[in-house]
Design a binder for this molecule. Structure first.
Ligand SMILES: Cc1cc2nc3c(=O)[nH]c(=O)nc-3n(C[C@H](O)[C@H](O)[C@H](O)COP(=O)(O)OP(=O)(O)OC[C@H]3O[C@@H](n4cnc5c(N)ncnc54)[C@H](O)[C@@H]3O)c2cc1C
Length: 202
């Protein structure tokens, strides 16, 4: 899904998979963005792309007309059959979205007022979550920051400041998206350093 990060204004937008865990958000989309996220930032998650608001509204109105006695919860579970390119919504997640929107879970479609519908569409196109914090260093998979790459000769991985000191992997100010880029950086820089050290000793 689309994830937007705000600190006063929008900082960055990213697209990726999200995992809703018991403790918070995870998954590749969040891991990639975590290099920018700070406590108290706002994340907006779009289950439905913002430019589909109108179509979503028409769909909800249509469902209310056709099936007024059906519960909103079960109609929203059908949202993945809706022709829009949206992510599937699971009942527990829908309940939480309804709670956040201030709408009773057992509400029938016919009881959905224009105000409630508008609030629900706001949350489906941009569920707003305030970041309480990140998991911290002990849980981190990758570190951002480190020795500046300009201080290191990329052919040998030897420090330009301290002769005989080689710097590779996480210790460098290099971080990549999730997907193997960090391991690759560690392997490649490690190999460069090893070859260079070996060539000196040969
Ligand atoms: C849970 C988890 C999942 C990850 N998933 C991915 C992924 O899917 N894709 C990806 O690209 N990257 C992933 N990473 C990141 C990736 O593992 C690291 O970027 C990579 O291992 C860095 O390699 P490195 O050799 O620089 O450091 P490390 O692998 O951290 O190696 C450093 C080594 O130094 C040792 N050491 C530390 N201090 C000392 C000391 N004083 N004396 C002697 N030895 C010491 C440590 O014990 C360790 O063995 C993940 C990391 C974690 C923690």
């Amino acid at each position: 899904m689309n994830i937007s990060l705000y600190r006063h204004a929008k900082i960055i937008e990213h697209r990726g998979d999200i995992l809703f865990t018991h403790e918070g958000l995870s998954g590749p989309g969040i891991l990639d963005l975590s290099r920018y996220i700070r406590a108290e930032d706002i994340l907006k998650l779009s289950f439905v792309p913002d430019d589909k608001r109108k179509a979503l509204e028409e769909w909800l109105i249509d469902r209310a007309r056709q099936d007024g006695r059906r519960s909103l919860l079960s109609v929203l579970a059908d949202l993945s059959h809706f022709e829009l390119p949206i992510v599937p919504l699971y009942p527990r997640l829908i309940k939480r979205i309804l709670e956040i929107s201030g709408i009773a879970c057992d509400l029938q479609m016919a009881q959905l007022t224009r105000e409630m519908r508008s609030c629900l569409i706001d949350q489906l196109t941009g569920l707003s979550l305030v970041v309480s914090g990140l998991c911290g260093y002990n849980m981190a998979m990758v570190t951002r920051g480190g020795v500046e790459t300009k201080e290191v000769d990329s052919k040998t991985m030897q420090s330009r400041l301290v002769k005989g000191l080689y710097l590779v992997g996480e210790v460098l100010d290099v971080d990549g998206d999730t997907g193997g880029y960090n391991l690759q950086a560690a392997f490649s820089t490690g190999m460069q350093a090893a070859r260079s050290i070996k060539s000196i000793s040969d």
